[in-house]
Design a protein around this ligand. Structure first.
Ligand code: FAD
Length: 349
């Protein structure tokens, strides 16, 4: 029996662990991976952060700079997360998969493939990486080339000399397009015209905006007045792709054929592969038995707290659980008030 069970040992789960430890609460962190690092251990080979290390601090101990690199590699982030859990002696339980969460006699029962746990509060921090989103288009099953999602992409090598369509208007699409275009003929397809941040803006601005919003929230001011951000960070490879004319986008196609993609106006484009960088959905199958109220396609929350169950917190996932909550700085910022709320609740009960 624990006060709190945290499901997910990525950056969001670790940030929660830091504050739970500080609050003196009894807790465990369950993670279904064998190794530390959450989704950062699964990205493609060249994946890097879009800001220097010091702009992505988890609470208590900032990420050290990576020698010789301005933008840390994913391996460096994984190393940081591993050292972070060791430093704060977080009670990690690995290779434990949570299958369901349910209520019994005013307590939570967390069922896992290694048995069940009992808790007063559950924090779900399971990220999105395990729930890739693939839209459906007519003819999708007839395409004879290769189709893969961001989660399946590793490096551009396998596309050398091929014709590749990259779908999606976010950072994953822009970065994968940039490197595939160095070895293949590419076409970039997006639903809406992409929004690019200015060249001189990187994740540092995200840090500043998160800080300004947090200050506004604390002083009770309207934080919507604080500037929003574009979608695509112009990291050096993406700038190079733009300079080579690679970022010229086409509108979304209407269907697939055995040999490529086509539009309702009669335009056709032949290709050997389609990379779907079409994003992710919150990975929340373990909560499906709770019948949570949904809002805009995800469980309805007040901040990070489920509106259905005050003892259920959701951390990470996206802006619906707090500004930039799926980034490292955002994870830190949202975990703090969430744990403060849990502490107050535990004190009352
Ligand atoms: P995750 O890292 O996915 O951790 C969740 C953990 O829960 C995983 O270990 C998972 O296996 C586990 N889990 C899931 N389901 C269960 C279950 N049922 N039972 C037990 N365990 C479970 N962020 C930044 O801050 N800076 C950047 O520069 C940056 N760059 C990015 C660039 C790209 C191209 C992309 C795609 C993302 C980037 N991000 C960046 C975003 C962000 O840091 C990651 O998405 C991050 O991994 C989210 O952390 P998380 O803890 O919420 O989820």
């Amino acid at each position: 029996m624990s006060d709190v069970v945290v499901i997910g040992g990525g950056q969001a789960g670790l940030a929660a662990g830091y504050f739970l430890r500080r609050a003196g609460l009894d807790f465990v962190i369950l993670d279904d991976q064998e190794q530390p690092g959450g989704a950062w251990q699964h990205g493609w080979q060249s994946l890097r952060m879009f800001s220097p290390a010091q702009y992505s601090p988890l609470p208590g101990w900032s990420m050290p700079a990576q020698v010789g690199e301005t933008f840390p590699t994913a391996d460096h982030v994984v190393d940081y997360l591993q050292r972070y859990e060791e430093r704060y002696e977080l009670p990690m339980h690995r290779s434990v998969s949570v299958t369901s969460v349910r209520r019994e006699n005013d307590r939570w029962i967390v069922d896992t493939d290694a048995g069940s746990l009992n808790a007063s509060v559950v924090i779900s921090a399971t990220g999105t990486w395990q729930s890739p989103y693939l839209p459906y288009f007519p003819g999708q099953d007839t395409f004879t080339g290769r189709q893969l999602h961001t989660v399946d992409y590793d490096s551009p090598d396998m596309f050398a000399g091929r014709r590749v369509v990259v779908v999606g208007g976010g950072n994953s699409a822009a970065q994968i397009l940039a490197e595939v275009s160095t070895v293949a003929e590419t076409l970039w397809v997006t639903r809406r015209p992409p929004l690019f941040m200015p060249d001189e803006v990187d994740g540092r601005v995200l840090f500043d905006v998160a800080t300004a919003r947090e200050a506004a929230r604390r002083s009770g001011r309207d934080h919507d007045g604080v500037a929003g951000l574009g979608d695509i960070v112009m990291v050096p490879p993406v700038q190079a792709a733009r300079d080579h004319g690679v970022l010229d986008r086409s509108p979304m196609f209407d269907r697939l054929s055995p040999t490529g993609v086509s539009w309702n106006d009669g335009r056709e484009h032949e290709c050997d592969a389609i990379i779907w960088c079409t994003g992710f959905r919150p990975h929340l199958g373990h909560l499906s038995g709770l019948g949570l109220t949904r809002e805009n396609g995800h469980p309805a929350t007040d901040g990070t707290r489920s509106i259905d169950h005050p003892g259920l917190q959701l951390l990470g996932y996206g802006d619906w659980t707090g500004f930039a909550s799926a980034t490292i700085i955002g994870a830190a910022r949202t975990a703090k008030p969430a744990v403060a709320e849990i502490g107050a609740r535990m004190a009352r009960t």
